[in-house]
Design a binder for this molecule. Structure first.
Ligand SMILES: Nc1ncnc2c1ncn2[C@@H]1O[C@H](COP(=O)(O)OP(=O)(O)OP(=O)(O)O)[C@@H](O)[C@H]1O
Length: 264
């Protein structure tokens, strides 16, 4: 369970560039919920994920994850609790290390042990099995450097890596946006099955209105650092992509640029 109370983030406080990215956010997310997060550019979506991951420390309010008050805990101290997959397939793994080494590092996140014990035969077999389940043939390339793989292959592995340390919360920051449509579809299917298998509480930022409604159990829309829409259950089922776009128009009070939001 995630509980955000009266959460606020102001960047550059006291400077001419001061920017309130989030204000007065109150949000409770049940264990196992899959929340899609939408909002126009600068709405505060990445900041919200950053607060949950610990990259951004709030200027006001409280962040509780799995019963732990993590408000002031830096990213490294919540690594076993929260995992994140970024839009850039290069961001979540180390290109100079092999697939196997990247998996070993991911599995050790939030734990104190080093790399050596993580690479015993039992763990190697376990990693190979997890990679074979992707059906991308990467189990035969466990000693290839990560930088040799395509964006889609890296993103699929990033998802597997996100599930290895037993984190409760998965944060997805437009993680299919840089992939071709076929690979994006594959990565979304993989996302759903990993979320289900590992009972992860998930927040997925997307600019695709279709994705926002087709996946997950709840949708929130941010605007100007506030939550302006929060739908679940039948209310969400009855929403169409067109309804969402109309809501975007209403909160922005102007027409939308095509590059700001994807209908498909
Ligand atoms: N480190 C920072 N320093 C100063 N301002 C920042 C910083 N990070 C974000 N902001 C500002 O805070 C606001 C919210 O940014 P955020 O990245 O959370 O928006 P977003 O909804 O993810 O947008 P996008 O869809 O464009 O990625 C924006 O005005 C942004 O310029």
């Amino acid at each position: 369970m995630i509980e955000l109370s009266n959460l606020g983030v102001t960047f550059g406080r006291g400077t001419p560039l001061q920017k309130q990215a989030l204000s007065g956010i109150n949000l409770t997310i049940d264990e196992g919920a899959f929340v899609t997060v939408i909002g126009s550019n600068g709405a505060g979506k990445s900041t919200l994920l950053g607060v949950l991951a610990g990259d951004v420390l709030p200027t006001e309010g409280k962040v509780v994850i799995g019963g732990q008050n993590v408000t002031r805990k830096p990213t490294a101290d919540r690594a076993g609790l929260v995992a994140r997959v970024f839009q850039d397939p290069l961001a979540g793994s180390c290109g100079a290390l092999t697939i196997e080494e990247n998996l070993a590092l991911a599995a050790a996140r939030g734990k104190t042990r080093g790399l050596a014990p993580a690479l015993g035969k039992k763990r190697r077999d376990h990693f190979r099995e997890r990679v074979a389940a992707l059906n991308l043939g990467l189990e035969n390339r466990m000693h290839d450097r990560m930088e040799l793989l395509s964006g889609g292959q890296r993103q699929a592995l990033s998802l597997v890596m996100a599930t290895l340390a037993g984190s409760e919360v998965l944060l997805l920051d437009e993680h299919t946006a840089a992939l071709d449509p076929g690979m994006a579809e594959y990565v979304m299917e993989l996302t759903q099955s990993l979320v289900r298998e590992n009972k992860l509480t998930t927040l997925m930022v997307t600019h695709s209105m279709r994705q926002a409604l087709d996946f997950g159990t709840r949708t929130i829309m941010l605007h100007g650092g506030n939550i302006v829409l929060d739908v679940t259950g039948d209310n969400r089922k009855n929403l169409s992509v067109e309804d969402l776009i109309e809501m975007f128009r209403r909160v922005r009070g102007q027409s939308l640029d095509d590059d700001e939001l994807l209908i498909g």
